[in-house]
Design a protein around this ligand. Structure first.
Ligand code: GDP
Ligand code: ZN
Length: 310
């Protein structure tokens, strides 16, 4: 039976991509009876019908399933954070990273609007205002870049205006199914447009200082990339929703804690106060960064608080 990838779902039709061509398909009634429905990102088996359309017969098991946007089999998230307008928020970045680690996706951190830094200062290592643990702090963007690279993440500095970093980003996208994520106004649509001329996504020209964003709901579509792979054209969402994350799993979502955590004296160590905690020791020694640890503590307490309330 022929196989393909659903790249678009619209008005009861599923568009299955097979070597560059789209086949418009209906889904068999059996899915509805089982309470299932095909998703964009599903690898499916289909049969061709007499009218030139197709019928989706079977869905391959999904490796992942995002709720918003509703896409299956996403392999990679591109976390987009602008260096200015809005300013870099490491707390939010760490929150996104926790969710992505939990979901087991690959991740690329993309610092956008690099051209604004050049404008605000002639020096390349301009200081940016940074939110850290709810407080404002002046830090060099280089320090943030170095921190996340040291943890093992891929960090790319980009500008949709100058084209900086777009080639490097395209190389990371190639061959995978990726979604862009990040706050409204950080430049996700602009970056997708820069990567894929002809896509012409609507961008947000409203001043971000007013704190307004565009709230257009659109259908999800996977766009094929020139050298293979797909990217979701859903720059509208700013949160990745995954199934509920348990507080016990939080420490593991901080990638650089893992090796230390294995050496903690107590099993189930929360890394907050226990004697013989190797994560705490690493923080004291400066091997785990103060901002990362502070965000761990913050998220831990938030999750505990949430649990108490329900
Ligand atoms: P989204 O909400 O994340 O999709 O953000 P948009 O792509 O709509 O961009 C929000 C605003 O930032 C728009 O006014 C863009 O023109 C602007 N913008 C996006 N990328 C850049 C960039 O690299 N440099 C500069 N200077 N402005 C940008
Ligand atoms: Zn510990």
């Amino acid at each position: 039976m022929p196989q393909g990838l659903i790249v678009k779902a619209l008005s009861g039709y599923y568009y299955v991509e097979v070597s560059g061509e789209l086949i418009q398909c209906r889904a068999r009634g059996i899915f509805k009876k089982r309470g299932e429905s095909p998703l964009v990102g599903d690898y499916v088996e289909y049969t061709l019908t007499e009218n030139g359309e197709g019928m989706v017969d079977a869905i391959s098991p999904r490796s992942s399933e995002l709720i918003r946007p509703p896409i299956s089999n996403v392999e990679q998230a591109i976390l987009v954070f602008s260096v200015q307008e809005p300013e870099l928020n490491l707390q939010l970045l760490d929150k996104f990273l926790v969710h992505i680690e939990h979901a087991g996706l690959d991740v690329v951190i993309c610092f956008t609007k690099e051209d604004l830094l050049d404008e605000s200062s002639m020096e390349k290592d301009a200081e940016v205002s940074l939110s850290f643990n709810g407080e404002q702090e002046l830090t060099k963007i280089e320090d943030a870049e170095a921190l996340y690279k040291q943890i093992g993440y891929t960090v790319i500095r980009t500008s949709s205006v100058t084209g900086l970093g777009t080639e490097e980003l395209m190389a990371q996208l190639t061959g995978k199914i990726s979604v862009f994520a990040g706050q409204s106004g950080v430049g996700k649509s602009s970056m997708l447009n820069a990567l894929l001329p002809g896509l012409a996504l609507e961008t947000n020209q409203i001043s971000m200082r007013l704190g307004r964003g565009k709230h257009t709901t659109r259908h999800v579509e996977l766009i094929p990339l020139p050298a293979g792979g797909f990217v979701a054209d859903t720059p509208g969402f700013s949160q990745l929703d995954f199934l509920e994350l348990g507080v016990e799993a939080l420490g593991d979502c901080f990638r650089e804690f893992r090796d230390y955590a294995a050496g903690c004296k107590f099993r189930g160590c929360t890394h907050l106060h226990e004697p013989g905690c190797k994560v705490l020791a690493a923080k004291e020694a400066g091997e785990v960064s103060a901002s990362r640890y502070a965000h761990y503590e913050l998220f831990y307490n938030e999750m505990k608080e949430k649990k108490r309330r329900y």
